[in-house]
Design a protein around this ligand. Structure first.
Ligand code: 2PG
Ligand code: MG
Length: 461
């Protein structure tokens, strides 16, 4: 029996920074399903619109009452009338909402209004089909089944940029436990190293320096990337994981790009301003000194020339890390296509709220895969307790994701869900592997179209 939408309600709720966000509740004949929308701080200028009540003083102009109203008064009646079957028509539902909006960047209804409905529809579809959400998303994406790929979790343990009050211009310094054998072991390695890092920071800077940034990582008084990476080397060694944990960075460089230069002193006023070539040299120097396997947004969102030059030169660099576009590509097939033409990067950061529907995010991921790029699923710095992206990562077989430190509820809910999925797959006798050092290419591993059937899981997804 098909699953039709009988009601959609929405409400203003809080995200992890204490700012309002959209919550959607969608009911079908199979139950009620939710979607809670995340929000960025280092937002790319090409992202779809996050609709905020800027003319109101409530929540400092950050309310989302208009977006909530758009869900209940515009999207809900139109979608209910169409009688879509959420089990088989997610793409049609998402396309219909885009049409209803009628603008390029979802400027009329807001990507935050549309995404909440899209997420809830995906959940309703999975429940109607009596399969887990990750399995439903896998089928939507047309991804291979066996083996299921558990991702390498990239833990953001040192926060800078617009995510913290310290003086570091670079936004995120991450740990990637590529030497683990399962997501459960990777989480343990990440959490133990996070605690070792706390001890290292306390010893060096005193206990007052262990305050954290927006994504749960520490924000000690450092400004140079090498200082951050040295702290990680020490913490990994202290935790006993040298050689098993590698590093990644997201400088989020659009935030410190000013008049053609990269101003590393944007926060401390003493670090240098670098030319694009100077910053490129700094990255290459860091690659030789530290085990860096991924670099995201090394350059600003429209500095195409520098991205392409860096990639071209990368061919000469031994063990060149994956170069991931975030603000550059904004989970948008048009921007991904442009980046592919310009050979600007070889990895796509996948953030569902950058584009505003689940189906469009899947399309962007598939386009990236078709060019042998990696796909790196991501949370936002303003998160919620919604764990949707854990299922998305497994369903799409992306092999890696980042969702903050192994601490704070809105971050750990995703890591916990991944461990639940791993347990469930193993208990069902499914073929399941941890991506490990192969995280960039795990998507195409295996080859079996179908495995045995995964039962509808006990966690209610
Ligand atoms: C990023 C993200 C998530 P924000 O730049 O990759 O870590 O930050 O959500 O603030 O854009
Ligand atoms: Mg980023």
């Amino acid at each position: 029996m098909p699953s039709h939408i009988t009601s959609i309600t929405a409400a203003q709720r809080l995200d992890s920074r204490g700012n309002p966000t959209v919550q959607v509740r969608l009911t079908t004949n199979k139950g009620t399903f939710t979607g809670l929308v995340p929000s960025g701080a280092s937002t790319g200028i090409h992202e779809a619109l996050e609709l905020r009540d800027t003319s109101s003083t409530a929540y400092g102009g950050k309310g989302v009452k208009q977006a909530v109203h758009n869900v209940t008064s515009i999207i809900a009646p139109a979608l209910i009338e169409k009688k879509f079957d959420v089990e088989t028509q997610l793409k049609e539902i998402d396309a219909f909402m885009c049409e209803l909006d009628g603008t390029k960047g979802k400027k009329k209804l807001g990507a935050n209004a549309i995404l909440g409905v899209s997420m809830a529809c995906a959940r309703a579809g999975a429940a109607g089909l009596k399969i887990p959400l990750y399995e439903h998303l896998r089928l939507e994406a047309g991804a291979l089944k066996a083996p299921y790929i558990m991702p390498v979790p990239f833990f953001n343990v040192l926060n800078g940029g617009v995510h913290s009050g310290n003086t570091m211009a670079f936004q995120e310094i991450m740990l990637a436990p590529t030497g683990a054998t399962s997501i459960t072991e990777a989480v343990q390695m990440g959490a133990e190293t996070y605690h070792a890092l706390k001890t290292v920071i306390t010893k060096k800077f005193g206990p007052a320096a262990t305050g954290i940034g927006d994504e749960g990582g520490f924000a000690p008084p450092i400004s140079k990337p090498s200082e951050a990476l040295d702290l990680l080397v020490e913490a990994v060694e202290k935790a006993g994981y040298t050689g098993k944990i590698q590093f990644a960075m997201d400088p989020a460089s659009s935030e410190f790009f000013r008049e053609g230069q990269y101003d590393l002193g944007i926060k401390d006023k003493t670090s240098p301003k670098l030319t694009p070539a100077g910053l490129s040299d700094l990255y290459r120097e860091l690659f030789t000194k530290y085990p860096i396997v991924l670099l995201e947004d090394p350059f600003a969102e429209d500095d195409w020339e520098t991205w392409s030059a860096f990639m071209a030169k990368g061919k000469e660099v031994k063990d060149m890390p994956e170069i991931v576009g975030d603000d550059l590509t904004v989970t948008n097939v048009e921007r991904v296509r442009e980046a592919q033409q310009k050979k600007a990067c070889n990895g796509l950061l996948l953030k569902i709220n950058q584009i505003g529907t689940v189906s469009e995010a899947i399309a962007a991921a598939n386009l990236a895969f078709s060019h042998s790029w990696g796909v790196f699923v991501s949370h936002r710095s303003g998160e919620t307790t919604d764990d949707f992206i854990a299922d998305l990562t497994v369903g799409l077989r992306t092999g890696h994701l980042k969702t903050g430190a192994p601490a704070r509820g809105e971050r750990v809910v995703k890591y916990n869900r991944l461990m639940d999925i791993e347990d469930e797959l193993k208990a069902s006798g499914e073929d399941v592997v941890y991506a490990g050092t192969e995280f960039r290419t795990a998507h195409s591993a295996g080859g079996k179209e179908e495995g045995t059937k995964v039962p509808f899981n006990v966690f209610g997804y």
